[in-house]
Each structure stands twice: as structure tokens, then as C-alpha cells.
Write a protein that binds this ligand. Structure first.
Ligand SMILES: Cc1cc2nc3c(=O)[nH]c(=O)nc-3n(C[C@H](O)[C@H](O)[C@H](O)COP(=O)(O)O)c2cc1C
Length: 207
């Protein structure tokens, strides 16, 4: 059933060894184990330019980001905790998704989003809460179960290998959960009802 679902992971830091990227890979492993297709959008590899509303023609990297996110049934966002919030690199990627506003349906309509973070300390939930604001702005649905990885340098070693089986289980569980919930969105809504709700939401937004 889940074989055709696509889950896209977006995040990691720009660092060569990134715990938030390593954690994201674990979540995608969990999603893949259910039979879903997965894709990692690694922010270091993507090398996105800064989003500029006056010059927002997407190049190759921004096009890959936008199209992969739009094609996904489920997403996983992973940020390092930087100064008590998400990284600039992840925020910039989310800003590029503004270009999905003109699509039909717009933005990340009805996409399920799993949220994780990696922090040096214990306040990783702050990054997750920030990502949840962006989830709502982009019309997505956050999975209630979230994984803020605390003391990330202890949970992942210097090469990014996970050292804590309990956290590994939590991350893989989130991957399965994103697929489970995304599957409900894909299969449980009659198409005519979805279109009607979309039109109503657009009327409200335009009023
Ligand atoms: C610019 C910067 C800001 C940071 N701010 C915080 C912070 O406010 N709280 C915290 O617990 N850790 C903070 N850290 C530590 C990172 O959250 C931690 O090293 C995390 O693993 C980084 O993610 P990465 O491994 O994916 O690069 C900061 C690190 C950097 C480089």
C-alpha cells in the first residue's frame, strides 16, 4: 500500500558531518522500511542561493527543491538548533517554497510533515515549534510525534554514526508514522470534497 508513497527529507546543516542530517537519514530509513520511496534533500549538497523576491527565478537547485517537495506525499524537516531556533539555511529553503503559492493546489496542501532537530543542549523543541509555524503557513500538517535530539554530539559520534539505540528507534518510528498518516491523506478523502474545500480556502484567503 505504502509502496507508491513518496517521502522527502529536507534539512541538515552545511557542515560536512551534520547530526541533523544523520538524524534525518534515520527517519528516511524508517519510512523506507514501510515500502515508501524516499529522497534526501541535503542542504549542504543543494547549495541554494538566498531567496530574493525581486529575483526569484529558480535555478537548478531551487527547482529540485520545489518540485521534489511538491511531488512528495510526506516530508521530514530536520534543523540544527541555531541560536535557539532553526538554521538560516533551512529557513531559506522554506522561503523558496513560496513559489508554490501559485500552484493548484497551492503550497504543501495536504502534505504530512515530520519534524526533528539536533541540538547541542536540550532546547531542540524550540526549532521544532518554529518549523511547525512554517508548516501551517505552507498549508501542511505536522505529525504530532516529534523528535528533538538533545546533546547531539553524544547521540551521534564524530562521523555522524548513531550511538543511542533509543533515539534511533524514535527517529525510525517517526519515519513510519509519516508514511502511516500520509497514507490516510492519500486514500481517505473523496476528490470532489477536496476540491470544494480548496476553493473555500481560497475564497477565505482572498477576502
Ligand atoms: C551557529 C550555531 C548556533 C548554535 N546555537 C545553539 C543553541 O542555541 N542551542 C543549542 O543547544 N545548541 C546550539 N548549537 C549547537 C548545535 O545545535 C549542534 O552542534 C547541532 O548538532 C548542529 O547541527 P549539525 O550537527 O547538523 O550541524 C549551535 C551551533 C552553531 C554552529
Amino acid at each position: 500500500m505504502a509502496g507508491t508513497l513518496k517521502v522527502v527529507g529536507l534539512g541538515g546543516s552545511l557542515a560536512r558531518i551534520s547530526r541533523s542530517r544523520a538524524a534525518l537519514r534515520k527517519v528516511l530509513d524508517g519510512a523506507e522500511a514501510t515500502g515508501a520511496d524516499t529522497e534526501l534533500l541535503d542542504l549542504r549538497e543543494l547549495g541554494l542561493p538566498m531567496y530574493n523576491p525581486d529575483d526569484d527565478e529558480p535555478g537548478e537547485s531551487a527547482t529540485r527543491l520545489i518540485e521534489s517537495c511538491y511531488a512528495a506525499d510526506g516530508l521530514v524537516w530536520s534543523s540544527p538548533l541555531y541560536q535557539g531556533t532553526i538554521s538560516g539555511a533551512l529557513k531559506n529553503a522554506l522561503d523558496w517554497l513560496h513559489l508554490l503559492g501559485s500552484r493548484e493546489p497551492s503550497y504543501l496542501h495536504d502534505k504530512v510533515i515530520g519534524l526533528i532537530s539536533a541540538a547541542g543542549g536540550t532546547q531542540g523543541l524550540q526549532a521544532i515549534n518554529t518549523m511547525e509555524f512554517a508548516t501551517r503557513a505552507l498549508r501542511g500538517w505536522a505529525v504530532p510525534y516529534v523528535v528533538p535530539v538533545a546533546s547531539a554530539a553524544r547521540v551521534f559520534d564524530a562521523e555522524g554514526r548513531i550511538q543511542d539505540q533509543a533515539v534511533e528507534f524514535q527517529l525510525e518510528t517517526l519515519g513510519r508514522e509519516v508514511v502511516r498518516v500520509a497514507e490516510r491523506f492519500v486514500t481517505h478523502e473523496p476528490a470532489d470534497h477536496a476540491a470544494e474545500c480548496q476553493r473555500a480556502a481560497e475564497r477565505v484567503a482572498a477576502a
